[in-house]
Design a protein around this ligand. Structure first.
Ligand code: HEC
Ligand code: HEC
Length: 407
């Protein structure tokens, strides 16, 4: 198992503080490489600048929604680290950002908005909290089944929000259900709306060599995917510079790294180039609102596989820029990063069961059952260690390429 980089070495390293700083640095460096960290350049795919330009305009355009009132950039905002800063996204009918948006009375999308850091980079192949779109090798899995219009999972993922009723559609006539037929109808309307915008039409002609109104929706989705890949591509963080270059970490950051790869067992799941195994695990976290499955419940991965063993499991989230993307967890139930970290090893210390409804408690009991099988359930952390882990997470930051304009 990846995390078992000699626990013995780590114990020695922590105990002999001053003289062993070099030893501790090399332990963390080796552990990071062992756990799959690669230089940032090895995660970045080549992107086409003309396609990126169309994608950026489409990403920011309200013409991408049936009622021309919401854009991708409404929920994926720079100010909140490419997410929206609220526990559950607010879609159609919502106004403004942050707390104002929560109070605006729009439709709740019962999941926490995911940020874009590294999304769609090399090896980033499983999307959404429940992994409902994934592509490994030739196998593309999505709700479109055999009707998927691309073999690139990020393109398919980008085609979903514009046809989700609560997210970007609303009630337009009879189109209140999410079917392949209504999706096609909506896509055709969106292409017309986008083509009517002169800036988008110009950029599309340059990128595709075809008049904008002759394009298909999947062409715009390809462009949006290209923009996400380009704009949020992993850049060298301070941690990359430490592992692969001459960068140094402070004492607290170094200690945090030792806990991350050692005692805390974080890297058993948060591993690989993006600090995610792209697998599904149970970390107890109640739904902050109605829940994907109603009544404050979210079955998570079970919704995709129907396997009872997957109930309450969610994709390990990547950790780049994680300190900028509060609140945390699939339901946004934790507003502080320290709370969600503590919830991994001692959930009863942070959950207020009195405040939950009875079905929500049932849901958490199910999660606890699977959680007990996760090794992280046996790693108790002190408050000081928690702080050091947070110092470590602060070394995983980098900036996006271009400013995103939100409506
Ligand atoms: C109403 C707010 C909202 C809007 C508008 C929105 N998103 Fe999202 N986005 C979310 C939420 C919430 C999630 C997490 C959903 C889940 O996992 O079930 C998400 C997740 C994603 C992901 C998955 C990221 C990952 O790491 O797996 C992608 C890709 C994405 N959105 C792209 C887009 C694109 C492209 C648009 C515009 C076409 C868009 N989003 C519009 C709220 C929104
Ligand atoms: C057993 C696998 C596993 C281990 C080990 C693990 N995590 Fe997680 N982590 C997850 C999963 C799954 C989630 C999402 C839980 C949810 O939303 O239901 C998560 C969520 C998080 C989040 C919130 C991210 C976000 O965007 O919402 C942070 C921060 C985090 N983990 C840090 C850590 C740290 C630090 C450790 C070590 C103490 C650790 N994790 C160990 C699987 C794991």
């Amino acid at each position: 198992m990846k995390f078992v980089i000699s626990s013995f070495l780590i114990a020695c390293a922590i105990s002999t503080s001053v003289a062993a700083s070099d030893l501790r640095s090399s332990v963390v460096r080796e552990a990071a490489i062992e756990a799959g960290l690669v230089p940032s350049s090895a995660t970045r795919p080549k992107t086409d600048p003309d396609l990126v330009s169309v994608g950026k305009l489409a990403f920011e355009a309200t013409e991408l929604s049936a009622g021309q009132n919401i854009a991708c950039a409404t929920c994926h905002r720079d100010r909140f680290g490419s997410a929206d800063g609220i526990p559950n996204a607010v879609g159609i009918g919502g106004d403004g950002a942050g707390d104002i948006r929560v109070a605006s009375g729009g439709r709740t999308v019962p999941r926490n908005t995911l940020p874009f850091w590294g999304v769609g980079g090399i090896g980033y192949d499983t999307f959404f909290w429940d992994g409902k779109v994934s592509g490994r090798g030739d196998d593309l899995i999505s709700q479109f089944g055999a009707h998927a219009l691309s073999s690139d999972p990020l393109v398919v993922a980008a085609m979903i929000p514009p046809v989700e009723v609560d997210e970007m559609v609303g009630d337009i006539g009879h189109l209140t259900t999410e079917t392949v037929g209504s999706a096609t109808f909506i896509y055709n309307q969106l292409v017309e709306q986008l083509a009517a915008d002169p800036d988008i039409a110009d950029a599309a002609l340059r990128a595709f060599g075809t008049s904008a109104k002759d394009l298909k929706f999947e062409n715009y989705a390809e462009a949006i995917a290209e923009f996400i890949r380009f704009n949020f591509a992993v850049q060298d963080t301070r941690f990359h510079e430490f592992v692969f270059g001459k960068g140094k970490l402070t004492e607290d950051e170094l200690n945090g790294g030792l806990i991350f790869y050692g005692k805390g067992r974080c890297s058993m799941c948060h591993n690989g180039p993006y600090f995610s195994d792209f697998n599904f695990h149970s970390i107890p976290s109640p739904s902050a609102s109605f829940g994907k499955n109603g009544f404050g419940i979210d079955y998570g991965r079970f919704n995709v596989t129907n396997d009872p063993n997957d109930r309450g499991k969610f994709r390990t989230p990547p950790l780049f820029n994680v300190l900028r993307t509060a609140p945390y967890g699939h339901s946004g139930a934790y507003s502080e990063v320290s709370d969600i970290i503590l919830a991994h090893s001692d959930p009863l210390a942070v959950l207020n069961f009195q405040e939950l409804s009875s079905p929500q408690r049932q849901d958490v009991y199910q999660q606890l059952r699977h959680w007990l099988e996760e090794p992280v359930s046996q790693s108790a952390l002190t408050l000081k260690e928690l702080d050091q882990l947070i110092s470590f997470l602060a070394t995983l930051e980098f900036d996006s390429k271009r400013e995103v304009r939100s409506p």
